[in-house]
Design a binder for this molecule. Structure first.
Ligand code: TYM
Length: 326
């Protein structure tokens, strides 16, 4: 049975991009293999964050995982910081990744572009080391992620190659997997950039009011012309809306082009809004039930145990391989 590992960073309100590119993918995979899903709370510390926000965001992600249909009995859900092997492994692995390759990471460049280098925490630079450790700890076959995280998974693969060349077959080679439609949901206000937690204008947040969501979709930037056609170069706005519709309904994009032939942009947006609002409405109802129950601690305790067992075995293997006396 294949094993999958992935995580979400609790740095802000989750977006429709996180939902389509990551969470919906997790839900689909839970019947395919063994799933380990965590909240990357240590990663959230790499940029300034309030302790209250970090705690609340972390719990919210667990509740959203469950509200989205992840089955607590099938999937192992845990907090990264509950499994100390993540931190311990990162200290070892940092010696096998290089300054040059870390400074070329898109996420590092994007996040630190406007910062004063005197005030950039080292953690945002070494982020991919911790992430590579997150992945290899679980001997995972696959890492389900959105497009923007593939570069990090590639770096983890480089690390595995390098480490195993030196010490033998110690780490398992992971592979990134993405959803067919929706691995890069774009901003509604600028469909040439990715929808991200830090772009309130173009984002749909999962905890936005349903009316606000509808309004954001109705005012999404569209393109010249009037045809509902998938063409990322010429029609990035319409293409993004088609992708969202397709990802949420499972209807293929060519079939959607046929379905919406002859629609005006406004009518089409109305249809997209209906689909998004329906989905998020269901999610909100489930979320409200879960957040008011005491299921979260139960899920986290079970997840921590299952994750620790595998993570500690891998850590031990690595410690022995590099010559730490065990
Ligand atoms: P994060 O928290 O930024 O994003 C969580 C997941 O959501 C995906 N995603 C998107 N997918 C489609 N369209 C978008 N606009 C969009 N925005 C975000 C991301 O690709 C990701 O899959 N470094 C990771 C967290 C992490 C991790 C790991 C993931 C830490 N360790 C180990 C996998 C394995 C992050 O910051 O994701």
């Amino acid at each position: 049975m294949s094993r999958y590992i992935s995580g979400i960073k609790p740095t802000g309100h989750l977006t429709l991009g996180n939902y389509i590119g990551a969470i919906k993918q997790f839900v689909a995979l839970q019947n395919e293999g063994e799933l380990f899903l965590f909240v990357a709370d240590l990663h959230a510390l790499t940029l300034p964050i309030n302790p209250q926000d970090l705690r609340k965001n972390s719990i919210d992600i667990i509740a959203l995982y469950l509200a989205s249909g992840l089955d607590k009995d099938k999937v192992n859900i845990f907090l990264q910081s509950d499994v100390p092997a993540h931190s311990e492994l990162a200290i070892i692995l940092q010696n096998y990744l290089y300054m040059g390759e870390l400074s070329r990471m898109t996420q590092f460049k994007d996040k630190t572009q406007k910062m004063n280098s005197e005030a950039i925490g080292v953690g945002i630079f070494t982020y991919p080391i911790l992430m590579a450790g997150d992945i290899v700890l679980y001997d995972a076959d696959y890492v389900p992620v959105g497009d923007d995280q593939v570069q990090h998974v590639e770096l983890a693969r480089d690390l595995v190659r390098r480490f195993n060349n030196r010490y033998g077959e110690i780490l398992k080679m992971p592979k990134a997997v993405k959803v067919k439609n929706g691995s890069r949901i774009m901003s509604l206000s600028n469909p040439t950039v990715k929808m991200s937690k830090s772009d309130p204008k173009g984002d749909i947040f999962l905890d936005d009011d349903l009316k606000v969501i509808r309004k954001k979709i109705m005012s999404a930037v569209t393109d010249l012309g009037h045809e509902i056609k998938y063409d990322v170069e010429e029609k990035p706005g319409i293409s993004n809306l088609l992708t969202i519709y397709s990802a949420l309904t499972g209807i293929s994009i060519p079939d959607l082009e046929k379905k919406f032939a002859g629609y005006m942009y406004g009518q089409f947006k109305q249809e997209v809004a209906n689909v998004v609002v329906d989905e998020i409405d269901k999610l909100k109802k489930n979320y409200a039930e879960i957040i008011n129950s005491n299921i979260i601690d139960e899920v986290l305790n079970k997840g921590k145990l299952a994750a620790s067992k595998i993570a500690e075995a891998t850590l031990h293997r690595v410690q022995k391989a590099v010559g730490l006396y065990k």
